[in-house]
Write a protein that binds this ligand. Structure first.
Ligand SMILES: [Zn+2]
Length: 203
């Protein structure tokens, strides 16, 4: 998108396309520039958005399908935020981003949100006595690793943590790969990274 190439448009008219009134609905769903983002997303909504809907109408409908499409609400809101941010950047004289870039950034944010929630859940689970972490025997180190899959951005990652007999962290590592791995492959990759990393730090 490049606002610099646009013509001066009358007040209230969408500055991205110059073809319609800039309502919230137009900007987020119906503007030609916005459509580029949604087409790239392959997100199919289970309802049709009317030009007369408010943003809250869309959210209400998304909430109603929370049981069947649990990730949809956060995906749609994050993409909308990306579109809005890009529109503001353009208005402030910025270059603006291509639709695919807006989408990729939004999906990365959704992945980061999932990863953060996952870690929080893991932390909660670790506090339960039945599966609490046990330190290694004296003179030994314990290497824990975990793989994760960021399906939206088609990336995978791994985290490794090495602790000593007192439970003190000796070394940590996190990695991300730009390739779509399955859950088991990501775990295997994490194992490989963990072994290499342990060797690198000399244990
Ligand atoms: Zn427009």
């Amino acid at each position: 998108m490049n606002l610099a190439k646009r013509k001066i448009v009358p007040k209230g008219v969408c500055e991205l396309c110059g073809q319609d009134e800039e309502t919230v609905c137009h900007l987020l769903w119906f503007c030609n520039h916005t459509k580029e983002v949604w087409t790239a997303s392959k997100i199919v909504l289970p309802f049709e958005i009317s030009k007369f809907w408010s943003f809250l109408d869309v959210i209400e409908n998304l909430q109603q399908c929370k049981d069947t499409r649990p990730d949809l609400l956060e995906q749609v809101i994050t993409v909308c935020w990306g579109i809005w941010k890009n529109r503001n950047e353009l208005r402030m004289g910025g270059k603006g981003k291509a639709g695919r870039t807006i989408l990729r950034n939004a999906m990365n944010l959704v992945d980061e949100l999932h990863a953060a929630n996952e870690q929080r859940l893991e932390a909660q689970v670790e506090t339960t006595p039945t599966i609490s972490w046990q330190p290694p025997s004296r003179g030994c180190y314990k290497v824990n690793m975990d793989g994760m899959v960021f399906s939206n951005s088609k990336q995978a990652g791994a985290g490794v943590i090495i602790r000593d007999e007192a439970g003190e962290v000796v070394a940590m590592l996190s990695k991300k790969w730009k390739c779509p791995l399955g859950a088991i492959e990501a775990e295997a990759k994490a194992m490989e990274v963990g072994v290499h990393f342990a060797r690198e730090v000399g244990i």
